[in-house]
Design a protein around this ligand. Structure first.
Ligand code: TYD
Length: 136
């Protein structure tokens, strides 16, 4: 997949004086069926997460609270997406190197995934990722 396929997707935002509400649901908002969700929290200052690619898994990442950056890399170009609102997220196609950094205090990263957890789907070595990209 190409870096250009990664995109920020706006979610519905139902504004209400009692507090706002956003959602995503099967068949809407994001371009894959959700098989798994996970979240990352309590990230110490200066830490990063990720630094791997998935062969098949696609993701949709939302900063439910606070802010962080998602860096995507297709082996040639890099793009940084700063996430800091709970009503939009980043669609990350498969086949891209990605890491997350610059986590603010108390940030909460919510990730919807297209596959169940599978260690065989991970490429954790950057050189192996470059070799993989040459073969795709
Ligand atoms: P990992 O994907 O390496 O974290 P990150 O890329 O966000 O830094 O996952 C960290 C650990 O958690 C690893 O041992 C695998 C485990 N894990 C699961 O068991 N299920 C999951 O859905 C995820 C995302 C991770």
């Amino acid at each position: 997949m190409k870096l250009a396929d990664a995109q920020i997707i706006q979610l519905p935002k139902i504004e209400d004086e009692r507090g706002n509400l956003s959602f995503l649901q099967q068949g809407n908002q994001i371009p894959f069926a959700i098989k798994r969700v996970y979240w990352i929290y309590d990230v110490p200052g200066g830490e990063y997460r990720g630094a791997h690619a998935y062969k098949h898994n696609k993701e949709f990442i939302v900063a439910l609270s606070g802010s962080f950056d998602v860096v995507l890399d297709d082996g040639v170009d890099k793009k940084v997406f700063s996430l800091n609102r709970s009503y939009y997220g980043l669609y990350v196609p498969s086949g891209l190197w990605r890491y997350m950094d610059n986590f603010s205090t108390n940030s909460l990263a919510f990730i919807a995934s297209s596959t169940v957890f599978d260690t065989a789907d991970y490429i954790r070595d950057y050189d192996a990722f470059l070799t993989y990209k040459k073969g795709t």
